[in-house]
Design a protein around this ligand. Structure first.
Ligand code: HEC
Length: 159
């Protein structure tokens, strides 16, 4: 009787070890290449992942220029351009409207930043906001409107 009990206990332990092993299974090692690729495609940045960053950079861009931190403003713009290019890869359906933004949404900044010209910057910023909102409209998210004058930035680089 005791032997049988021991046998059952041993069986149960082995079974639970197998189950927990299955749930801890590392797909990065055990999946085949096709399964791995499918999982990786599922977790590449979504539009909202990218846009959340765009929103922060939009605020930081404004406040960097306002505080005369022109190099940081320029850096925000480069990162925003990079984000839109990433979006074109991860979400091909947004590709056409994204390309449109790259053609019109970033205009006017080069001179403004080179000449540290706040008035010219404000014009470029206003055009950018319109281009952002235009894309939201084209992608059925017209309700996502942006502050004309962001209340504050979020970066610790800013005052
Ligand atoms: C290619 C089109 C496109 C462009 C260009 C674009 N957006 Fe968006 N944005 C979207 C879409 C689509 C959504 C809705 C997200 C979704 O579908 O999940 C969105 C959502 C957002 C959100 C809400 C994010 C959230 O989840 O809380 C913010 C903030 C935002 N955009 C800011 C901006 C800013 C700032 C710019 C310009 C500097 C910009 N967007 C340019 C398409 C665009």
């Amino acid at each position: 009787m005791v032997t049988v009990m021991k046998y059952i206990l041993c069986l149960l332990l082995t079974l639970s070890a197998t189950i927990s092993h299955a749930s801890n299974d590392d797909w990065r090692k055990s999946d085949n290449d096709k399964e791995k690729l499918n999982k990786i495609i599922k977790v590449i940045p979504s539009t909202s992942d990218i846009m959340f960053q765009m929103g922060e950079r939009y605020k930081n861009l404004y406040w960097a220029a306002k505080q005369g931190k022109w190099a940081f403003a320029e850096y925000q713009l480069e990162e925003m351009e990079g984000l839109i290019k990433t979006l074109m890869i991860t979400r091909p359906k947004r590709g056409e409207t994204a390309a449109n933004f790259l053609a019109y949404g970033l205009n006017g900044y080069e001179d403004a930043i080179e000449n540290k010209n706040w008035a010219a910057f404000q014009k470029a910023f206003s055009k950018m906001r319109q281009a952002c909102e235009h894309c939201h409209k084209q992608n059925r998210h017209a309700f996502i409107k942006l502050q004309k004058t962001p209340a504050k930035g979020s970066s610790p680089v800013l005052d």
